[in-house]
Design a protein around this ligand. Structure first.
Ligand SMILES: [Zn+2]
Length: 136
């Protein structure tokens, strides 16, 4: 018996823009802080994620990175988000997490840049949200 792998990310390649990436992943790695408080878009207050979906990647929830333009970002890793859209095709270029592709992730309501969606496999995919772009 061989297992069949489902090409979960096939939808990413159908259009270049605005692909709905709402999904739940990675329950096992959720940081259980017993808080279910919603985290919202800083700009328009649309519900995006929640404390219960905070996860660690490379042993930390919070990461600080520079992009090739020298811009500085502090991101938090989350296993689940809603009301977000991904922009563009997944790429590994300049990725901050080895082996993961990324797409830009924006608020579906106001188009604010919230962060990035990092994809490797359905179990390991996650959102890296710019913490300054969100509030509780
Ligand atoms: Zn928004």
């Amino acid at each position: 018996m061989s297992s069949v792998s489902v090409p979960f990310y096939v939808n990413f390649f159908e259009f270049d823009n605005h692909v709905d990436i709402n999904k739940k992943t990675d329950y096992q790695n959720c940081i259980n802080d017993d808080q279910d408080s919603t985290i919202i878009c800083q700009n328009c207050e649309t519900s995006i994620t929640a404390n219960q979906y905070k996860i660690n990647r490379d042993r930390r929830h919070k990461h600080t990175f520079n992009n090739p333009l020298g811009e500085h970002y502090t991101i938090g890793c989350f296993s689940y988000a809603q009301n977000t859209l991904s922009i563009g095709k997944p790429t590994e270029e300049w990725t901050w997490f080895t082996g993961y592709t990324w797409t830009i992730c924006v608020c579906a309501n106001c188009d604010s840049h919230l962060g990035w969606y990092f994809d490797k496999s359905q179990e390991q995919s996650f959102f890296g949200f710019i913490l300054d772009q969100l509030k509780s």
